[in-house]
Design a binder for this molecule. Sequence first.
Ligand code: COA
Length: 248
Amino acid sequence: MSESVIRDTPEPGVRSLTISRPDKRNALDRATYRALGEALTDAAQDESVRVVVLTGAGNCFTAGNDLADFQDTTPTGEPSAGLTFLKVLSSFEKPLIAAIEGFAVGIGTTMLLHCDLAYAGAGARFRLPFVNLGLCPEGASSFLLPRIAGTKAAAELLLLGEPFGPQIALDAGLINAVAPEGGALALALEKARALAQLPPVSLATTKRLMRAHLHDQIAHALELEAENFHALRRGPEAQAAFAAFFRR
Ligand code: COA
């Protein structure tokens, strides 16, 4: 496994996964997506793991997909590493809690739609800059965000793509609560400790029932978005936006 995801056991029954590329604001390159997917699969299979907490190193959750990878237009003939990770994430059966400090951009925000609980520090900054980058939504956010936030709120976040703080994330249903700055992980671990003491089969069944009616629609949205996303990613608007980011 790559060192860009650190696995730990901060509490009995709790597996923490820390995205760790701090010099790149924890941007998710292909290796990090693979490492995250493998770590989730391992947590799913390991009976000693009752709950997973997902967080980022260096007071940053993640700056989203690695834009250098997005510049690469070489056809691989394989599904993207991001889509493969999203499929593992969206079908993960154990309780999953996110702890967010600092930036949560792009997939850093959309992955919260697949976490059961999410807590953000008061200084967290969220953003869904897909349109700004010449892209379209991913992570089933075009389906899930209007459903949880309402169509007007979702349109504001997905069409304008402006940064927003934890209060708007809370109002949109992306997080459960705002912790004091630097306190998101402690709050997430407190909830993880409580969940780890509850009957695991009952927890898994409850999670599955809450998602059962959405499962096929989420899978469909992931595929439909991926198709459009990858066409746009190769196009001139997106490639110009990626180049502009690295020229700053
Ligand atoms: N992909 C690749 N590299 C990234 C990155 C990304 N998504 N986000 C940040 N980095 C790199 C920067 O290129 C820089 O690298 P360098 O030091 O080698 O030049 C380093 O991480 C620090 O980034 P910087 O922009 O200087 O940090 P900041 O604290 O001023 O700003 C962000 C942080 C997250 C607001 C800003 O980096 C950003 O907007 N990143 C892009 C987010 C994005 O568009 N993600 C994709 C969504 S689909």
